[in-house]
Design a protein around this ligand. Sequence first.
Ligand code: PLP
Length: 429
Amino acid sequence: MEALKSPLKNVNGELYIENVPAVKLAEKFGTPLYVISESKIRENYRRLYEAFSNRYDKFRILYSAKANTNISVLKILHDEGAYVDTVSAGEVYIALKAGFKPYEILYTGIDVGDLELKYILDSGVMVNVDSLPQLNRLLKFGIPEVLSVRINTEYGAGHHEYVVTASKFAKFGMNENSALEAYRIAKEAGVKKFGIHMHIGSGITEVTPFIKSGMRLLEIARKICTELGMSFDFIDFGGGLGVPYRPEDQELDLDIFCSRLVGLFRSKLSEFSLGNPELWIEPGRFIVAEAGILLTRVNAIKILPHKRFAFVDAGFNVLLRPAMYGAYHHIVVTNRLNEKPAEVYDVAGPICESGDIIAKERMLPKMCEGDLLAVLNVGAYGFSMSSQYNSRPRPAEVLVKGDKIALIREAETFEDLIRRQRVAEWLEG
Ligand code: PLP
């Protein structure tokens, strides 16, 4: 029998998300369907917040919007007291729509163009710069209220090489000398409030990379404070906190993570004379991954001499992670929870590419057409990485809270596939 974690329950062999049967959601809204549990988002946020704030009270979580930009998700986290980490003008726009005030939004631009920089300055959010050229261009357009510099500590980590963001060869952030120059320039230009930032990668379940990298960030902070006679309002250790995806995966040990990071922070604040800054982190995955479930219907069982496929209606247009990173997502058959795994399946999507396999060689209960699968832990980088590839409209999203259900994003229609297209006038006939 499947061992399920909250927000999932096994009620007489049927999957419930909080107090709602998965089958009911699929019948009401169709499939594929993203379901998000409000309680799980709040639970994860509070667990993390308490673990840190019990050890250091000038602490803040910036929810990393890129993991899941649904406005309802942002509103839940705003309500919990989070600030938000954004990486595009679009994310800033959505965060403002969700009710975040400009001073609650940190924008980390990755060497973006003038239009985006102007929008960012006009919106009045805090700006985290990635390079000296980016800073120089930004300052041509105006002076941000709060400026931070993303440091490349050169100690990165992550679940896949594509998500490691700190190394000698990484495209992100500044080294010590460039950062020193950046703060000097910004100070001379009249910036009054400063932060310093790192983000080393994503899906990290070991504590050591955060500590090694955090140490380097603090050393660089010391050099900047000493040489420029300035101080930081916040020191941001980024996101990257991993979650278990396979049943046998180890969880990040939150207690050890917090005590080692806060311990390092506290000891270096006094040793390096860093003043009294806030400690910030910006997790995305940790907060929302386990709160998201993708429901997808079995369209066909196809049996070849050496393979058995379960074809479902969600392809990599709906959930990209398996195709992009070879990521594992646990799958349960929502209407057969009490049945034993009996057959090995590749769970395949409808996209016309061989790489469109959501799960490879998975032991699952014997399935048939019409069964409803739940793909777990898709709340982070699920919908936010979806596309219309193969001209498939994106699915709906539903929020569940106890036994309450709300449609928080309508499924797209065929009309949405061509909404912004224009036919060249010489082709009109
Ligand atoms: N901060 C920045 C700058 C990022 O680029 C990312 C993700 O790539 C995050 C935070 C959040 O990472 P995660 O979802 O792994 O916590």
